[in-house]
Design a protein around this ligand. Sequence first.
Ligand code: ZN
Length: 212
Amino acid sequence: MPTRGDRHLRAIQLAKQLAELGARLKTIHSITGLPPREVQRLFFADPRTIPRGRAPDSTEWYHNANLILRTDACLIGAKYRQLRGQGLTAGEALVFAYRAYQAATLPPYRISLDRAFNLVSYIDGIWLARTPTLSVLTCPGCGCEFIAAIGTVARSGETCPFCKLIERFPLDHRIQASYPAHPAVESIERQQGLLALFHKLSLDAEGETPAE
Ligand SMILES: [Zn+2]
């Protein structure tokens, strides 16, 4: 049985990881239960380093976001769901899912840790959310996991951002720059390159999972 000391130590370690990933004091407090003052004292000795500005709070953000942001969000959401299924705590799953997302894309990261915190709150119905309003589905078309409003039935092409991404990839330079897949002359090869990339991303992300 973990002692109170063990739990406190784990909370402090988690808070440190969250602070390093750019989380706000309030976010760290919600996840670890540590008082914001203590978090500040331990990890933000220089007040200028405290993350400022309005925290992301919209539940509608995902539905209104552009394709690239939705794809990013799905990478985080799918990884989070998978890690929760493996028995990780919500806080640990968020940290690992966010790191896997960072490993899969290039800085500057389009989704902040606070945004990821907001998203997974609505997937699990915890922290910011009273009940789940988002779920992670598997697309029958491309096999990728994506986020949708709870109650959505998974159909290929309609709600899956990856199907849209694969379709638009050969034509859209912004998407190509966002997800640097292997350059290929033929568009079909590009599509396969992108699928291979996402396959690789999910494998890489698995490598990040701690041995339990
Ligand atoms: Zn799909």
